[in-house]
Design a protein around this ligand. Structure first.
Ligand code: PEP
Ligand code: MN
Length: 361
């Protein structure tokens, strides 16, 4: 791996300050033995921060809801006996107070909690006056405002070591992921809050071990600052999320397979890219001009339809445009999905313009 300073280094708690920071540990703390054995395995592969859920927000009742406060005693042992930093999930005032009292080093807020502004505010209020690092997972639904709002509540409580965790979004449709990554959302989050470190949770995105490597690499290629990955001494026997956990040894292999690409470009790379970027800018300018010209014609059509009292939408004409474009697009190596999205957006804009004209006396 390449050497780059992690923004989490500024939090002053890490020994290894290089990107990517890795947080690992079981989905849930189950027994003292399971916690300590897993932690020792992780320490051995160089992981500094140990995660374990003590209070587990489960989708259905009557599944394992975490061992509760006794697990905090085991996290204390991870600190004192294994020498790792510890992290756990908090979802209410009681969790916050107990975790702080037990000396947990990093708190995270789960996806079901960040989706709920009342719960977020309760957690934020409970944290006033301490400056513990807090990581806020994206809400279960793909709403970047809600995610930003959750982070703002923690910041407004006066905390300064705040990060975000991208764990994917639930969807009704069956996909290859457990939670669809929708990478454009963490990218938009970073555009809006560039100072907040972004950590990827490939475990809850993937839901299985097969996708972990691909998702982790993609996160690094998107310049994420770290990874939080579930690891269990014996994944098959895990009391929660068994399918997505790796042994510490397998996690070690995964981590060493990841490539950290350069963020800083050399002058000659910059020059080559500048060349291509100029060409892209020119294409974009041409696209804009063409779109503008197309919209002008759509407006003339709107005027004509108004004068002759014809409805805006002629569905058969529209179907034939999309089909033609999709067919032609194949020649340019453009996918049907992409083209139908682009042309639907263009069509919608034409309809908006035409209905403005038709309803404007
Ligand atoms: C977890 O980290 O084990 C967890 C419950 O995650 P999420 O809140 O992302 O579902
Ligand atoms: Mn889990």
């Amino acid at each position: 791996m390449n050497t780059q300073e992690s923004p989490l280094a500024q939090w002053g708690i890490l020994k290894n300050t290089k990107r990517p920071v890795v947080i690992a540990g079981p989905c849930s703390a189950e027994t003292a033995d399971q916690v300590l054995e897993t932690a020792r395995g992780l320490k051995e592969i160089g992981v500094e921060i140990f995660r374990a859920g003590i209070w587990k927000p489960r989708t259905r009742p009557n599944s394992f809801e975490g061992v509760g406060s006794v697990g905090l005693e085991w996290l204390k042992l991870v600190k004192s006996e294994v020498g790792m930093l510890t992290a756990t999930e908090v979802a209410n005032v009681k969790h916050v107070y107990e975790a702080l009292r037990a000396g947990v080093d990093i708190l995270w807020v789960g996806a079901r909690t960040s989706a709920n502004p009342f719960a977020m505010q309760e957690v934020a209020d409970a944290l006033k006056g301490v400056d513990i690092p807090v990581l806020v997972k994206n809400p279960v639904n793909p709403d970047v405002e809600l995610w930003i709002g959750a982070v703002e509540r923690i910041l407004n409580a006066g905390l300064t070591k705040v990060g975000a965790i991208h764990r994917g979004f639930s969807s009704f449709e069956k996909t290859r992921y457990r939670n669809v990554p929708q990478w454009q959302l963490p990218i938009e989050f970073r555009r809006r809050m560039p100072e907040i470190p972004m950590i990827c949770d490939p475990s809850h995105i993937s839901g299985c071990t097969e996708l972990l490597q691909e998702v982790s690499q993609k996160a690094l290629d998107l310049n994420f600052d770290g990874l939080i990955i579930e690891s269990h001494r014996n994944p098959k026997e895990a009391w929660s999320d068994a399918k997505q956990q790796l042994t510490p040894a397998d996690l070690g292999k995964l981590l060493s397979s990841l490539v950290l690409r350069d963020v800083e470009l050399t002058p000659s790379q910059l020059e080559s890219l500048d060349d291509l970027r100029l060409k892209i800018d020119k294409c974009d300018a041409d696209l804009l001009k063409t779109l503008g010209a197309r919209m002008k014609i759509a407006e003339q059509i709107g005027q004509y339809k108004k004068e002759h009292n014809i409805t805006i939408l002629q569905p058969t004409r529209w179907d034939s445009i999309i089909n033609k474009m999709v067919e032609k697009g194949a020649e340019y190596n453009l996918s049907a999905d992409f083209l139908s999205k682009v042309f639907k957006a263009i069509h919608q804009e034409s309809i908006n313009k035409q209905s403005e004209i038709m309803n404007n006396n």
